[in-house]
Design a protein around this ligand. Sequence first.
Ligand SMILES: Nc1ncnc2c1ncn2[C@@H]1O[C@H](COP(=O)(O)OP(=O)(O)OP(=O)(O)O)[C@@H](O)[C@H]1O
Ligand SMILES: [Mg+2]
Length: 500
Amino acid sequence: MTGPLPDPALDALKTRVAGAVLGPAIEERGVVTALADGLAVITGLPGAGLNEVLTFATGARGFVLTLEDDSLHAAFLDPMDGVAAGDAVTRTGDVVSVPVGEALLGRVVDPLGRPLDDAPPPDATGFLPAERPAPTIIERDFVSEPIETGLLIVDALFAVGRGQRELIIGERQTGKTSIAVDAMLNQADSDLICIYVAIGQRMSAVRRVIEAVRGGGVLGRTIFVVAEPTAEPGLRWLAPFSATSIAEWFRDRGQHVLIVYDDLTKHAATHRELALLSRQPPGREAYPGDIFYLHARLLERSAKLSSARGGGSLSALPIAEIEAGNLSAFIPTNLISIADGQLVTSAALFAANQRPAVDIGLSVSRVGGKAQWGAMKAVAGRLRLDYTQYLEMKMFSRFGGFGDAAMKRRMARGERIAALLAQDRFAPLPTLVQIALLAGLNAGLLDDVDPARIAALKTALPPILAADTRLDGLRADLTRLDDPARDLLLDAVRTGLARV
Ligand SMILES: Nc1ncnc2c1ncn2[C@@H]1O[C@H](COP(=O)(O)OP(=O)(O)OP(=O)(O)O)[C@@H](O)[C@H]1O
Ligand SMILES: [Mg+2]
């Protein structure tokens, strides 16, 4: 120091010295005491909170999964190579978060927002914690508008509303993922943003979904959050939560989002794996006691927000796998009771080539009817009953034919319904086309048409309807179907039938 300090600076220093508190400085020193698959037991961090990010000596990060009296369990977010018992661990003070914003659209990222698509990290608008509270009752509104999935069997019979959680559940290889992907593909001209969360799915299957979305021209409004089967269990655990935060950023700005969790059975298995490794008491089927709460708090974040909160919505299509048709296993019953309905896919229907293989008797949508367009309701009212009766009659007719002419008519009508409900992958039907087909069915126009021609009609009809400007009014407002509009639709069906 040269020369005396000017007075004010000296005074400031004097006050600081006088105010200094002398005593021991407390520093938390975390130490790894044990390691398991993707998990570390750590002592010495009494101040750490749940979900807090910790840094290991190798630079690898983890987050706090469970807290005990004198230790905690942290799940790794990076490979645990090189981490050993006795290593130091430091707190970051931050909860595990994910980058959010428009920049994620069209991207494939891991649950921490790190790119998996060979492009630079997304230029995020900000970060949100992976776990966020669900909207309160006051912040919510009733579900009143449908998500148009383009699948006639869903839109006509089990409509899914914006803000609804509809479970897709069935045995393996029964078209569960395909139903969700078709719903995403139908959003090419809608205002819906789609998020596909892959939890422990084979990379080849994820790649097929990405290619389908790219081919359908909806990549720009879709985000993929992928946790591979080989990813750290902590990442697989985190995937649905952080993807939901990415979705909520859009929802909270008044936008509409559809999120597909593929699948929560694998997520439950990851949760069980981590719980057993961290020595939580196992309960039914060895799942820990909080497994119901885990998925309830995830799915409660899907909601239709009130206009005071911007009116945005987050709808969810969680997928779950069952074994041997057993819907009453632990995880399936949990998910069924949390969701607002379920689409049950059946291996028997799939094998019999009825695709989408949705079992009409076991599936239900607990709110969708309220969200269905009025025009759709006007034509779909009797569909489920007619079809169920047909399925029953078909079963009984194996024991001997029905002679009755009325019965034969109903069987014929049922076969036409089956042909209408059958739909290839990647062939979404616009809502107006679905309404026209059902109006035609109700008016008896299809009764004498060979089911093979009905498949052709589905391809012929869209351009005919699109070219008819007299239908512009109905197209813009599907809340009701008046007689003149219905007649126009029937005309279009007749024109279509003449061409196939
Ligand atoms: N509507 C459909 N029409 C024709 N083929 C279909 C249809 N839906 C699915 N498939 C075929 O069935 C197979 C299984 O479909 P998908 O992967 O959607 O089933 P999944 O139930 O999700 O299977 P996993 O249990 O492996 O996840 C795929 O090869 C797909 O091409
Ligand atoms: Mg699948």
